[in-house]
Design a protein around this ligand. Structure first.
Ligand SMILES: Cc1ncc(COP(=O)(O)O)c(C=O)c1O
Length: 424
């Protein structure tokens, strides 16, 4: 959208910018949609350019804005990745983004870029099973240790006594996967700054607030607005939205953090390929209408599930009532309840499996945030790697089923749930 001035672009909404921001058709024969730049390497006009581009990529000299740095090699930069990153950053209201080949690549690279041996993390549990394994096993082997507190309104009070001079981050999923618990990101930020204030002239202090926003964002929550220093995504979920692509994103506002993430991505090689980035860019165009339709359906599904005799409890942000300790957090952090519903059935694994095995419209599959509705059993699927103790700690019980509501007709989804619950 090259005709727009910067101040005009700043007034436009993300869903408008998702259709054109960051791409100049006149650099690509007037193509309205970005072509796929399937190239591993880029020609330099002269050797001096190559020398300068590499120096900037190493952080030497005074680099120009990132998009003017000159294309080098697709592990370092590529137009499709940059167009996608520009548009995600607009959605999140953050300075810049780096895309990855998966959510786990984004999370692992970011944690490796920001933590070193001896550093400590405070983690609000539960988190996605892959993240849990990464922290419990892989990072531990590197000398990065974690203390866990239960996600929810009490998390800041429980976290405070665990802070030590080696605490480097507070890691939050809000809502948490799979129990939808909400943690107050602003209070965690206040805690981080009180214990380790930023030095003069620095944007962040020693303790980083890192939020995996996969479950709510970016349409219904933007954690940086309430204090997150780094926001992470599995772009496989709502951002990709069609269960046909795996990807991830890390966003930050602070240049030091952004440079560290960029350099670690280039070293570890976890960037997406250009076609993946192109697919994710395509998906961003419909993100808002998909997320809103999924949310409308989820509200009807949740209303049906509440009070169903086979359902002990429905965990859905749209059911939080004023006075509930998480309702105040919801109001601060969310503009909508989204489309992820977890339910405790009456019974245990046997009843949960009977319900799952009889679903006909929902797919029995892990993942979430896609156009089709999905159902899975966290205790034996996404979170099966947790120890029994960690499952108990994170509320991952045998009777828990997680639903991701898609864009189908809500009546059809309710019909399917109703007939499957008869078998539970
Ligand atoms: C909250 C959350 N974060 C991260 C991930 C990992 O993402 P990916 O599968 O894209 O690596 C997932 C995957 O389910 C997730 O649910």
């Amino acid at each position: 959208m090259t005709k727009l001035t910067d101040s005009e672009a700043a007034r436009l909404h993300p869903e408008t910018l998702a259709l054109s921001h960051g791409f100049d058709p006149w650099l690509s024969e007037g193509a309205v949609k970005p072509p796929v730049f399937l190239t591993s390497t880029f020609a330099f006009k002269c050797a001096e350019d190559g020398k300068r581009f590499f120096a900037w990529a190493h952080g030497e000299g005074t680099p120009p804005p990132r998009r003017e740095m000159g294309l080098i090699y697709s592990r370092i930069n590529n137009p499709n990745l940059e167009i996608f990153e520009d548009r995600v950053a607009v959605w999140e209201g953050m300075k810049d983004a780096y895309s990855f080949s998966s959510g786990m690549a984004a999370i692992a690279t970011t944690l490796l870029a920001t933590h070193g041996p001896g550093d400590e993390m405070i983690v609000c549990a539960p988190v996605y099973g892959g993240t849990d394994s990464l922290i419990h096993h892989f990072l531990k082997r590197l000398g990065i240790t974690a203390q866990f507190v239960p996600a929810g309104p009490d998390a800041p009070a429980l976290a405070e006594p665990l802070i030590t001079p080696r605490t480097r981050s507070i890691f939050i999923e809000s809502p948490a996967n799979p129990n939808n618990r909400l943690t107050d990101i602003g209070r965690m930020k206040e805690l981080a700054q009180r214990h380790a204030p930023p030095a003069a002239g620095q944007a962040t202090g020693r303790i980083l607030v890192i939020v995996d926003n996969t479950m709510a964002g970016p349409v219904f929550a933007q954690p940086a607005k309430v204090g997150a220093d780094i926001v992470l995504y599995s772009a496989t979920k709502f951002i990709g939205g069609h269960s046909d692509v795996v990807g991830g994103v890390a966003l930050a506002n602070d240049d030091v953090l952004l440079t560290a993430i960029a350099q670690h991505r280039a070293m570890l090689g976890g960037m997406p390929n250009p076609y993946t980035a192109w697919l994710l860019t395509r998906s961003l165009e419909t993100l808002k209408i998909r997320a809103e339709q999924q949310q409308r359906n989820a509200q009807q599904v949740a209303a049906f599930l509440v009070g169903h005799p086979k359902v002990r409890e429905v965990l859905y942000l749209g059911l939080l009532q004023p006075g509930h300790p998480e309702h105040a957090i919801y109001q601060k952090q969310h503009t909508g309840p989204g489309s992820l519903i977890s339910l405790h059935l009456r019974g245990g694994e046997k009843e949960a499996f009977a319900f799952l095995d009889h679903l006909k419209v929902f797919h029995l599959a892990v993942s979430l945030g896609s156009t089709e509705s999905l159902a899975q059993h966290p205790a034996t699927m996404t979170h099966s790697g947790l120890t029994p103790e960690d499952k108990r700690f994170g509320g991952v019980t045998d009777d828990l089923v997680r639903l991701s509501i898609g864009i189908e007709n809500a009546e059809d989804l309710i019909w399917d749930l109703k007939q499957a619950l008869e078998h539970a």
